[in-house]
Design a protein around this ligand. Structure first.
Ligand code: ASP
Length: 339
């Protein structure tokens, strides 16, 4: 008999209406009771890890979730995590680095409307996630609105529509239609053994540039003790150097050993700061590049890299390695690692 574990962490799927607004109050067991036929797929166990709006999920909670998954996964064919949609992309990405070498699926889902709402998408998403968790995939995935996506590639792109998530710069790995999972390729078997690797440095700042961002912002970030900064530059990765020369601030941070990574504020397609002078100067200063990683992935991977490297070269090497399909490295990318 197949065995599934449902771990709940809160989010809209667990919400009920209160005088203070929507608050997650339902337990994993309560949520499961809305799907009376679910047990037809096999034995299902349910556990509430905590009950939080995902805006309150932070690095401490990522570690709790990773531990819960790792502790139970040997006993089950797959694990489903119920999670708020607002920060699901960050959690999915971070779990992809914390839980590597998984030989089974960990499938994260949630909903745009509470499970008790007449028009809810929760029952469909939970049912789909359960099927995906029995699909033989290996690693961390998000199943939402009938689409199965790599956890390290998802982004929430819509605030209210049911198709809230997209797989960015990477096709989905499968879909669920008429109650059946269709994978678009054979599941990749990981070469390494399953590992719980929860060492992260949460000291990462995400900075979205606007025309006129002042150079002093980098000084302030350094003074606050951050160890890493992800900069969302313009278009392919441009930063301004006229009047307010951001390069000065970036060089100062790099000189102080802070990892600075340049990516794009465009949702789709890769950054390539080497195309224009406004980006090339940054690359020449030693800035790291995000290529086609999402910002959610870039910040979580940088947190993870900072805890696994002794110096900036080590961080660069990690950021330039593809661990779970999170990055497409252009040809010759090794030269940015000094290789
Ligand atoms: N605020 C909710 C959360 O992220 C939104 C949702 O789950 O859809 O927890």
């Amino acid at each position: 008999m197949k065995k599934l574990m449902i771990l709940s962490t809160g989010g809209t799927i667990a919400c009920t209406q209160t005088s203070a607004g929507l608050i997650p109050t339902l337990s994993a067991g309560d949520i499961l009771s809305y799907l009376p036929d679910a047990r037809a797929v096999g034995q299902i166990d349910a556990k509430t890890i905590f009950n939080l709006d995902s805006s309150n999920i932070q690095p401490e909670e990522w570690k709790m979730i990773a531990r819960e998954v790792f502790e139970c996964i040997d006993e089950y064919d797959g694990v489903v995590i119920l999670h708020g949609t607002d920060t699901m992309a960050y959690t999915a990405s971070m779990l992809s680095f914390m839980l590597r070498g998984l030989k089974k699926p960990v499938v994260i889902t949630g909903s745009q409307l509470p499970i008790g709402h007449p028009q809810t998408d929760a029952k469909l998403n939970l049912g789909h996630a359960m099927l995906t968790a029995l699909s033989g995939l290996c690693g961390v995935f998000v199943a939402f609105d009938g689409t199965i996506m790599r956890g390290c590639r998802v982004a929430k792109v819509r605030t209210t529509s049911q198709n809230a998530f997209e797989s960015i710069n990477c096709p989905p790995v499968g879909e669920i239609r008429d109650g059946a999972v269709r994978l678009f390729a054979e599941p990749e078997q990981p070469r390494e053994e399953p590992v719980l690797d929860e060492a992260i440095d949460p000291g990462v700042f995400l900075l979205k540039l606007i025309p006129g961002t002042r150079t002093e912002v980098f000084q302030a970030i350094g003074d606050m003790g951050y160890h890493g900064v992800v900069i969302e530059g313009f278009g392919l990765g441009g930063i301004h150097c006229l009047r307010r020369n951001l390069l000065d601030g970036i060089k100062q941070l790099l000189g102080a050993g802070v990892a600075v990574l340049l990516t794009t504020q465009c949702r789709y397609e890769a950054s390539d700061p080497m195309v224009y002078e406004t980006g090339r100067l940054a690359v020449e200063s030693g800035i790291l590049q995000g290529f086609d990683m999402t910002s959610e992935c870039a910040v979580t991977k940088l947190m993870w890299a900072l805890a696994h490297a002794d110096d900036l070269n080590g961080v660069r090497r990690i950021m330039m390695t593809d661990y779970c399909g999170e990055i497409s490295l252009p040809e010759g990318a090794g030269e940015f690692c000094g290789e």
